[in-house]
Write a protein that binds this ligand. Structure first.
Ligand SMILES: [Zn+2]
Length: 138
């Protein structure tokens, strides 16, 4: 999950180059990471969702890891990209400093976000993905 965490940090830092690189790594990597990110979205859509994420939402509400993982596998790449973008946006919105000024954004690259590795597709409990701001001074 560390690549996903780095991607969220890069988004917070507003670094387009890192976001592009890291998005590519997540998209080409283990689909379990994407499934866990999808499973981390709340029961009620937190924001305006992209098409691929909308398609997934009924499955997300079941909290069935097998169903979520299966859908991630079966969906077209552009829908997986939608899920990734929406999950990153959601987590960025959960981190208060994301809305802060430029000095805080610049610090984003130095921020460490911990996303525990998913145990497997059997079950994704609520909040399987945790993001903690480490070493925060605020
Ligand atoms: Zn960067």
């Amino acid at each position: 999950m560390s690549v996903a965490a780095e991607l969220i940090a890069a988004r917070l830092a507003g670094c387009a180059a890192c976001q592009k690189k890291l998005s590519g790594l997540v998209m080409r990597g283990d689909k379990l990471v994407l499934a866990a990110l999808a499973a981390s979205l709340p029961h009620n859509p937190p924001q305006e969702l992209r098409e691929g994420t909308k398609v997934m939402y009924p499955a997300l509400r079941t909290r069935s890891g097998f169903m979520i993982f299966g859908l991630i596998h079966a969906m077209p790449r552009r829908h997986r990209a939608d899920v990734l973008a929406d999950a990153v946006e959601y987590w960025v919105s959960k981190i208060p400093s994301a809305e802060a000024g430029t000095s805080d954004r610049a610090a984003g690259h130095g921020m460490s976000i911990e996303l525990p590795a998913p145990a497997g597709p059997e079950a994704f409990p609520d909040g399987v993905v945790e993001i903690r701001r480490m070493g925060s001074t605020s």
